[in-house]
Write a protein that binds this ligand. Structure first.
Ligand SMILES: Nc1ncnc2c1ncn2[C@@H]1O[C@H](COP(=O)(O)OP(=O)(O)OP(=O)(O)O)[C@@H](O)[C@H]1O
Ligand code: NI
Length: 348
């Protein structure tokens, strides 16, 4: 087995904000890993803490009012102990971010070529000519036609989809090992969205990047994810391979999310009810107040410990505790008693 550490190891990540009404815990002790070259998707309803989680990784969270705690190891190095200048060297270089709205991330007063070249020269000691050549090359790679002539165009001369392509080119200047993409296609129409997802997929292979992708669109997840982290109200409900999530979702929350997919013809209006108050969350499982299967045990203590319900599939749900009848929540999950026998302990 490889002894190389995962590309990214997030452990007990907790991010709070001081607000006028008290301390708001946006991300509450979450764990997940990303291996190099792998795409991990964080999914969950609006307000679950997806953006805050990803922005806590390189601490782009404004502090104060934000405060990030826990451990984030990137290629074995602890990011949360790094100084601001050290982090600045990593951001946009080893770890790049692309955001939902390219409009906001661009400077309207400069040509896009200039902006890419500038981003490059911040990190690399290259001449203007080299920077231009590299920028044109990147524009070409992200599918901007006639890249060398488009270099001198201003952002308003590009369509929404093209702007997102330019943002991706800008993210690639440092040849990142990890690309964090927060709803990068949500603002685009469906056809363009599919093209951008395909582009990201191709680039991931070419650049051999790990990708952390945030979305609330499970259709997008099905297209690109290797593994999925399902978040709800600052907690992780389930972590699993993409196939397992779609074939045998374990956590009732994941099941409900899938049930809202349009092609399943389920609950088009979303899951009934709303997220708890992040300043005063309920005891027990965060999802219990909206869960069809909640029992008194679900409303006690903290979020249930994660249980491996199927190889590599972890769910934070009391129904999977040893000795319990989990048939009420086990949708299509094979009985793991026999399945996991012979594969050895999961932590080998
Ligand atoms: N700067 C801030 N100050 C106070 N609270 C914040 C701040 N930023 C985020 N929050 C809160 O943290 C929680 C998580 O927000 P976050 O933006 O991470 O959700 P999300 O899952 O990304 O949602 P969406 O799908 O809408 O983007 C929310 O309750 C939000 O109001
Ligand atoms: Ni968000």
């Amino acid at each position: 087995m490889s002894t190389e550490p995962p590309l990214l190891e997030v452990e007990d990540l907790t991010t709070t904000f001081s607000t006028d009404n008290g301390v708001l815990t946006a991300v509450d002790g979450i764990d997940f890993n990303i291996e190099s070259g792998e795409t991990v998707c964080i999914v969950g309803e609006s307000g679950s803490g997806k953006t805050v989680a990803t922005e806590s990784i390189t601490r782009i969270i404004k502090s104060p009012p934000g405060h990030v705690d826990g451990s984030v190891r990137f290629k074995g190095r602890e990011l949360l102990e790094m100084s601001e200048p050290e982090l600045r060297d990593i951001r946009g270089y080893e770890i790049a971010h692309i955001f939902q709205n390219p409009q906001e991330a661009m400077n309207h007063c400069y040509t896009i070529g200039w902006q890419i070249a500038e981003a490059l020269q911040i990190h690399r000691d290259v001449s203007d000519e080299e920077a231009r050549a590299k920028a044109v090359d990147l524009l070409d790679k992200v599918g901007i036609a006639n890249a060398s002539s488009r270099f001198d165009d201003y952002p308003h001369e590009f369509s929404g989809g093209q702007k997102q392509r330019v943002m991706i080119a800008m993210a690639l200047v440092g040849d990142p090992d990890l690309l964090i993409a927060d709803e990068p296609t949500t603002a685009l129409d469906v056809t363009v969205q599919a093209q951008i997802l395909k582009l990201l997929d191709d680039l991931q292979e070419e650049f051999d990047m790990g990708v952390l992708f945030v979305t609330h669109d499970l259709g997008v997840v099905a297209e690109i994810a290797d593994r999925i982290v399902v978040m709800y109200a600052g907690k992780v409900m389930e972590r699993a391979d993409v196939m397992d999530v779609f074939d045998r979702p374990a956590h009732p929350y994941t099941q409900q999310l899938l049930n809202c997919l349009p092609d399943i013809g389920g609950n088009q209006g979303g899951i009934p009810g709303s997220l708890p108050d992040p300043i005063d969350p309920p005891d027990g499982c965060r999802f219990a107040p909206r869960c069809d299967h909640a029992e008194p045990e679900c409303r006690d203590g903290g979020q249930p410990e994660e249980i491996e319900v199927n190889r590599g599939q972890w769910a934070s749900c009391v129904h999977y505790r040893p000795g319990r009848d989990d048939s009420v929540v086990r949708q299509g999950i094979p009985n793991t008693e026999s399945e996991t026998e012979g594969v050895g302990p999961a932590d080998d």
